[in-house]
Design a protein around this ligand. Structure first.
Ligand code: FES
Length: 105
């Protein structure tokens, strides 16, 4: 079990990266709800962020891979533009307890 952070540590409309053991993860908060993904682009299996904790495009509408610019839906992780069109980022299940984001490994 890993506690990643408090839910308030992810800014509204923003993103945050996490290392949990071997797992490289990132979370997005949008409209007060959080989604968590494995930080691996389905195109080449590389991490997505262009700077620490920066996983979104300029408008904050999509997750963006910094390597070739693929765009992914924040809600379901599906690629909507780029070389891995229609493929998905892998979601990571989590729970929230007393405001903390917790994953079970
Ligand atoms: S590695 Fe992500 S789009 Fe190519």
């Amino acid at each position: 079990m890993y506690t990643l952070c408090h839910i308030n540590d992810i800014p509204e409309g923003g993103s945050k990266g996490f290392q949990a053991g071997e797992l490289n993860l990132f979370g997005i908060k949008k409209d007060a709800s959080v989604v968590l993904y494995i930080n691996s682009c389905p195109h080449l299996g590389v991490p997505l962020e262009w700077m620490p904790d920066k996983f979104l495009d300029d408008e904050g509408c999509y997750i963006q891979c910094s390597t070739h610019g693929a765009l992914f839906s924040i809600e379901n992780g599906q690629c909507v533009s780029g070389p891995c069109m229609h493929e998905f980022l892998e979601k990571m299940p989590f729970r929230i307890e007393n405001g903390s984001i917790i994953i079970d490994l």
